[in-house]
Structures are given as C-alpha cells and as structure tokens.
Design a protein around this ligand. Structure first.
Ligand code: CMX
Length: 132
C-alpha cells in the first residue's frame, strides 16, 4: 500500500513554552499556528522537509491531548501517514482485527479525510491516516 509519513504529533502543555526548543534550539522553521476547534487543540506546525512536526496543545480538558498529558506526560502523541485510499487502508486494518477509532473517515482541518487507529492494537502508538 502506498503510504508516506505526513506528520509526527507531539503533546505539549504549552506551545508558547516549548516552541523555542524546536524553533530556536533545533532550528526548525515554523509553518503555522492554528486552533482546531473540533479536536480541542492548538497546533504549531514545524517543517522537516516533507513531513512536519505538530506540537499539540490542549485547549480544553475535553481534549484527547489533555487526557494523554495527564496520564503519560508530554511527548510523542501520534504518527500520521498519508494514504491514497483511506477507506481501503481502514478496511485492510479491520481485516487484521485492528481496532479503528474512526470506522468512517472524518474531515480534518484542511478538508482532508482523516481517521485514527487505536494505540492499544498498534503496540502503544496512536496512528492517524490522512488522504488529501
Ligand atoms: N498514544 C498511546 N497510547 C494512548 C494514547 C496515545 N496518543 N492516547 C491514549 N492512550 C492509551 C492510554 O494511555 C490508555 O492506556 P491504559 O489503558 O494502559 O491506561 C488507553 O490508551 C485508553 O486511553 P484513555 O486515556 O482512557 O482515553 P480514551 O480511551 O478515552 O481515548 C483514544 C483514547 C486514543 C481512543 C482517544 O485519545 C482518541 O480518540 N484519539 C484520537 C483523536 C486525537 O487524539 N485527537 C487529538 C489530536 C488531533 C490532531 O492531531 O489534530
């Protein structure tokens, strides 16, 4: 299946407090900072030549990222892979008994199709699939 890394999501308590490490100390270029209301997160995108890093700051206690930080602390939250046929990719995972968080793709912030796969069936790593 045709698949490439789209982004790496990293949970942070505060983008303002953490951005300088990634931008100034590591030297990554900041692409944008935006709020994704339906996911209750603020996202800072940093360029890594192709894929990007997303710093994810929870904007409410309802946020999956807030819960994650409460339980595990800041750190790697998810990997997102770009696929050419998201429905086919989800059907393939289901046929391998992998638990889907989204049985049907939803529409992401930039209008792309996205779906999350449960970390418990992925060796503890939350996976997002996206299709432009
Ligand atoms: N990576 C690895 N494990 C994770 C995880 C993550 N990101 N999030 C939760 N887990 C683990 C928890 O540690 C917990 O494990 P234990 O049972 O061993 O304690 C288990 O999964 C269940 O977690 P929970 O805290 O009880 O939370 P829920 O079951 O309510 O929700 C999940 C977990 C993954 C289904 C939910 O977070 C979800 O639907 N995530 C997808 C959406 C999302 O993460 N959105 C934020 C990012 C949005 C963006 O990038 O735009």
């Amino acid at each position: 299946m045709n698949m490439k890394l789209d982004h790496i999501g990293i949970a942070v308590k505060s983008i303002e407090d953490r951005l300088h490490i990634w931008e100034d100390a590591l030297g990554l270029a900041l692409i944008s900072v935006e709020e994704i209301k339906d996911q209750n997160v603020k996202v800072a995108k940093l360029d890594i030549c192709g894929p990007h890093i997303e710093l994810l700051e929870p904007t409410s206690e309802e946020s999956a990222v807030f819960k994650f930080i409460e339980k595990k602390g800041e750190g790697l939250h998810h990997l997102c892979f770009q696929v050419t046929d998201i429905e086919k990719a989800l059907a393939n995972m289901k046929s391998h008994n992998v638990r889907l968080i989204d049985e049907v793709p939803r529409i992401g912030a930039s209008g792309e199709k996205i779906a999350f796969i449960h970390p418990k069936d992925m060796g503890g790593v939350l996976i997002e699939l996206c299709q432009e």
